[in-house]
Design a protein around this ligand. Structure first.
Ligand SMILES: [Zn+2]
Ligand SMILES: [Zn+2]
Length: 375
């Protein structure tokens, strides 16, 4: 991990930035550099950097110590940090921090790395679990109305059968790393000052934190101990979901050896509709073009809804932009009762081209109106 970086510079915030500002900036950067989302070179390192900076700057005590004494050891950075990574990651629909830690900071399924040994404060109470998977579902308003069933293919990490997950070629065994004595991590006195000594625990360079060394890697999985596979599952997206929601299917994520499977997170994207605008509480808006005569004389018009056309009565003397409602013709309310309405706004459309007869009639009408006003 970085030793001489300026945490404020890494996040691009001023020295006096508030906790909320720091959180918002980190949330944005995490969304951008999260290794699940950004496969470009350097994204992972950048993600490590910003996470380390955030762990320190979002924690009053650590921030004060950093401001006063400079860097903390990498063990110190995350230990008991106030930083709520889980909340942020859930919020932006990516896996929990522990999963990220295992992915980014050197852990491997079946490997030694358990962030709880480092004393991370992470929601979920210290279970080891598989990685969460994220699926982006796109729905039309019509699908929001009815709910949607979808068959999707999930990438699944499975234990390699050829080597039974050890990563070593059949007939061979991984051997204990003698540099770190199988611990996978090395203690290093990081810095000393008048008040305290910082000790950092860093992944062993020789075995890359695994604690063991594979001399002959398994050919099937290239020594990883697991392989990627695909599994089809049916998901059901309930009625009334809203854009930006994340649904969680427990246990449908990646499995974890002797532990709990991760979750499948379904991120909901609702496509904009060509004629309806979604309002809150299940209501939808439709702009109906009407003419002056429709409003003045009253009219009966056909109006599209999500479930076919409906008749709408416009009463004589209606004003432009007034609102009519088609009860229950909106969307189901997610987690609530009933359906919203279709709100119809009466737009007035003024003709841009008139023929001579129309012009003559309108002039006559205009004269008629004025004579009434003059009396
Ligand atoms: Zn294998
Ligand atoms: Zn080692």
């Amino acid at each position: 991990m970085s030793n001489n970086r300026d945490y404020y510079g890494v996040l691009g915030v001023p020295k006096n930035a508030s906790k909320d500002d720091i959180k918002n900036v980190y949330r944005k950067l995490a969304l951008q550099y999260h290794p699940d989302r950004n496969k470009s070179k350097g994204a992972e390192d950048r993600f490590k950097e910003i996470s380390e900076a955030y762990a320190v700057l979002s924690d009053d005590d650590k921030r004060k110590r950093y401001d006063t004494y400079g860097h903390l050891g990498s063990e110190e950075v995350f230990r008991g940090s106030e930083a709520n990574f889980d909340e942020i990651f859930k919020d932006i629909g990516i896996g929990g921090f522990k999963d990220i830690f295992e992915q980014v900071f050197g852990g491997r399924e079946g490997g030694f790395t358990d962030p709880f040994n480092f004393g991370f404060r992470i929601g979920g109470g210290g279970r080891r679990r598989g990685q969460d998977l994220v699926y982006d579902a796109e729905l039309s308003l019509e699908e929001v109305l009815k709910g949607k069933r979808e068959e999707i293919e999930l990438p699944k990490l499975e234990r390699c059968r050829n080597c039974a997950g050890t990563g070593a070629a059949p007939g061979s065994k991984p051997r204990k790393c003698n540099v770190c004595d199988g611990q996978g991590q090395m203690k290093r006195v990081y810095s000393q000052n008048r008040f305290s000594t910082f000790v950092s625990l860093e992944p062993c360079q020789t075995c890359r934190g695994e604690g063991e060394i594979i001399d002959r890697p398994c050919e099937t999985c290239s020594g990883a101990g697991n392989i990627r596979n695909y599994k089809k599952i049916n998901i059901e997206i309930p009625k009334g979901v809203e854009d930006g929601m994340t649904l969680q299917l427990r246990g449908e994520g990646e499995p974890f050896e002797n532990g709990q499977s991760g979750d499948l997170l379904i991120r909901i994207h609702v496509k904009p509709h060509s004629i309806f605008e979604r309002l809150s509480d299940g209501h939808i808006l439709y702009n109906l073009d009407t003419s002056f005569t429709d409003l003045a004389l009253g009219a009966e018009r056909k109006v599209p809804t999500l479930e076919g056309d409906e008749k709408l009565r416009i009463i004589a003397g209606s004003q432009p932009n007034s609102i009519l409602k088609l009860k229950g013709k909106g969307l189901p309310r997610y987690g609530g009762f009933g359906k919203g309405d279709e709100v119809v706004r009466l737009n007035i459309k003024v003709p841009t081209q008139l023929n001579d007869t129309q012009k003559a009639l309108l002039r006559q009408l205009d004269k008629e109106f004025k004579s009434v006003v003059d009396k």
